[in-house]
Write a protein that binds this ligand. Structure first.
Ligand code: SF4
Length: 318
């Protein structure tokens, strides 16, 4: 498989009045064409910041202070505003929790599709653009008649599908989905994940699924990246991570999922709370919560080790 995205030593900081939030620190990640990567971790672990960095949509004062993001070998960090505008939406699409805030409430869906096409494909005539919008809606399982409707007339699931369609109509090959099912009920959520799976096969789409919902990841992802405190804790095939998590944080995360098959009077939880990223703990950022921490963990950042073909940042494997 060809590599579509390679992130090298990426650090993203947010200078604020009490210091600097080290939201993403020295992250390395590689994605192959056509795979689904689940990016998981607690709120504030840096997973959404990483997604926004890839499309250069960081809100000020956030900035990339170090590293490279190579998309088909081209460094997104070094791109001019003009270059990034032609890439964003056209080759890399991003969908968010609430699609209603991403669609223009004043315009019908057909106009939003057509304007997207006109912005990126100069010289296209309106009739062809409309036909392509109709076809796209059909492949998303929505009747083309609904092109004449406004976003508020559609359900949350339909709006989310429309947002994906806006990316796919321009032949994007990388989709970043940031908590895409949070606003959906469980039935629509399951349908939406099935659709993502179909689209990924149909278009050889690479997907980064950012979520705290491990059920979504289990259903869709080929590989999983677990983030903690702005760093990567573990990367591996989804089934092996679920069966045999290596990093103590991943182990804690998975054991805190309720299991109706077990007689558990009390749900397992992880002690402590996520780190303060203005003043992160020394050494391993997880050490104040880790049941296995040792001397070296408190003073030295763990290196990334390869264990059974997986990557894990923990001194237990050094
Ligand atoms: Fe725990 Fe040490 Fe591993 Fe960090 S490096 S997860 S503190 S054992």
């Amino acid at each position: 498989m060809a590599t579509i995205l390679e992130i090298e030593d990426l650090s993203v900081h947010f200078p604020i009045n009490i210091g600097t939030v080290q939201a993403v620190q020295d992250v390395n990640l590689r994605l192959e064409q056509g795979e689904v990567m689940g990016l998981v971790g607690e709120s504030g672990c840096g997973k959404s910041t990483l997604g926004f960095s890839i499309v250069r949509l960081l809100r000020p004062p956030g900035k990339i202070v170090k590293g490279r993001i190579l998309y088909h070998g081209q460094d997104i960090v070094q791109m001019s505003q003009k270059e990034i505008l032609s890439l964003r939406g056209r080759k890399i699409a991003m969908i968010f929790q609430d699609p209603l805030t991403s669609l223009n409430p004043l315009f019908r869906i057909d106009r939003q599709f057509i304007e997207t096409l006109f912005t990126h494909e100069r010289g296209l005539d309106k009739k062809t653009a409309f036909r392509r919008a109709e076809k796209m809606l059909e492949s998303l399982g929505i009747s083309p008649e609904r092109l004449s409707e406004y976003p508020h007339q559609m359900s949350g699931g339909m709006r989310q599908r429309i947002m994906i369609g806006m990316g796919l109509i321009l032949n994007s090959d990388l989709l970043i989905a940031d908590e895409p099912t949070t606003a959906l009920d469980v039935i629509v959520e399951a349908q939406f994940l099935d659709l993502l799976n179909d689209l990924r096969r149909q278009y050889n789409l690479t997907i980064i699924l950012i979520t705290h919902n491990l059920g979504n990841v289990a259903q869709l992802a080929d590989r999983i990246t677990v983030m903690y405190g702005g760093t990567i804790a573990e990367v591996g095939q989804a089934n092996t991570i679920f069966e045999d998590p290596l990093h103590p944080y991943t182990q804690g995360l998975l054991s805190s999922i309720p299991n109706i098959k077990l007689d558990q009077p009390k749900l397992k939880t992880m002690p402590g709370s996520p780190p303060d990223l203005v003043d992160p703990p020394s050494g391993c950022v997880f050490h104040p919560r880790c049941p296995y921490d040792k001397e070296i963990c408190r003073v030295q950042k763990p290196e990334t080790f390869t264990e059974d073909g997986r990557l894990v940042s923990c001194w237990l494997y050094g």
